[in-house]
Design a protein. Structure first.
Length: 332
């Protein structure tokens, strides 16, 4: 055995980890074929946990602080290894450092639009995106449920799952919120807070806390946005007559700037007023009553079907004959 191998296999006396990557969640301290010296020093910095694993089982978990590894500080590991008090021989254990700091600016978004039922527009498609932040709060659960034996676990290995969990919860929450599509933009904070509460149990199942959930944007389909724009235009126009007067005043102002001056504005104004009058009449004219049908004259009493009346006495004339049977006057 060379001097370097001898040095490498010496029992470890100092255990600590400083992270300069910015995205590492779990770092396994290099103890392979190395032994930890009894009463070695362990430093756990703020924003970290240290987890000791022995014989495939999680033993002791250390919060931030400075420790001397002896019986009182590693009671579970001592029991597993059956180490008597004052035992000075090295022991073997895996040491995992877990970052407990907050990982911010994690992005989420709907890869495909989600279908929603809106009271005003009916079925609509909605897209959304934003950011969230999380941190590990239960290192033992995190190792059991997520990390396993991964000795260099980064945020990229968990954010995909967290993003899908967030999008699924977002779809359910927005669909059941009852917020009209036109009012969604004024409820971003409310949606974010509600989603944080809704998603928290799912994140806790991984030993993670969802610290913040932010909805940055919700977008409707283009055709729905066009409908909203038209409603906005109608609201801006307001009174049609006042709008027509305003347009006419603008036309006069523009015509005065032209080389021909006011000469050519007469026909344009006439056409504009005619159109405005027609529109006003069509909007304001009351409904016309149905035209009365002409009454059919009924025959006078005693009239014969197909006969005529005497011009002298007014009596009914028979269908045939040249004289009135009543007064004797000749038939007209």
């Amino acid at each position: 055995m060379g001097i370097l191998d001898f040095i490498k296999n010496q029992a470890i006396e100092v255990i600590e980890w400083t992270d300069d990557t910015g995205d590492t969640l779990v770092y396994r301290f290099p103890v392979h074929q190395n032994e930890i010296k009894w009463k070695a020093k362990l430093t756990v910095r703020e924003g970290q946990f240290a987890v000791f694993v022995s014989q495939g089982k999680i033993a002791d978990v250390f919060a931030p602080g400075y420790y001397t590894l002896e019986t009182k500080n590693i009671p579970i590991l001592t029991k597993i290894l059956s180490l008597p008090y004052g035992f000075n021989s090295p022991f073997k254990a895996e040491v995992y450092f877990i970052s407990s700091r907050q990982f911010t600016d994690q992005k989420w978004g709907t890869a495909n639009p989600i279908m929603l039922r809106d009271k005003e527009f009916g079925m609509i498609r909605l897209r959304g995106f934003g950011i969230y932040s999380f941190k590990v709060v239960d290192p033992a659960v995190f190792i059991r449920q997520v990390v396993g034996t991964d000795g260099n676990f980064t945020t990229d290995e968990i954010t995909g799952q967290l993003k899908r969990t967030a999008v699924s919860g977002f779809s359910d929450f927005v669909a059941t919120s009852g917020i009209p599509a036109l009012d969604l933009a004024t409820h971003y904070d409310e949606l974010g807070a509600g989603l944080q509460t809704k998603l928290q149990p799912d994140f806790k199942a991984y030993g993670i806390e969802l610290v913040k959930f932010v909805v940055e944007n919700l977008s409707l389909p283009e055709e729905v946005e066009k409908m909203i724009d038209k409603r906005t235009q109608m609201g801006v126009v307001g009174n049609l007559q006042q709008y027509t007067q305003f347009q006419t005043a603008q036309a006069i102002e523009e015509a005065a700037k032209n080389p021909g001056g006011m000469a050519g504005i007469g026909p344009a104004m006439g056409a504009g007023f005619a159109m405005a009058n027609q529109m006003a009449q069509s909007l304001n004219a009351p409904a016309q009553p149905a035209a009365a049908q002409p009454a059919t004259a009924s025959p006078a009493p005693g009239a014969l079907p197909g006969g005529k009346f005497c011009g002298e006495c007014g009596g009914a004339l028979p269908a045939e004959g040249k004289f009135c049977p009543n007064c004797g006057k000749p038939r007209a």
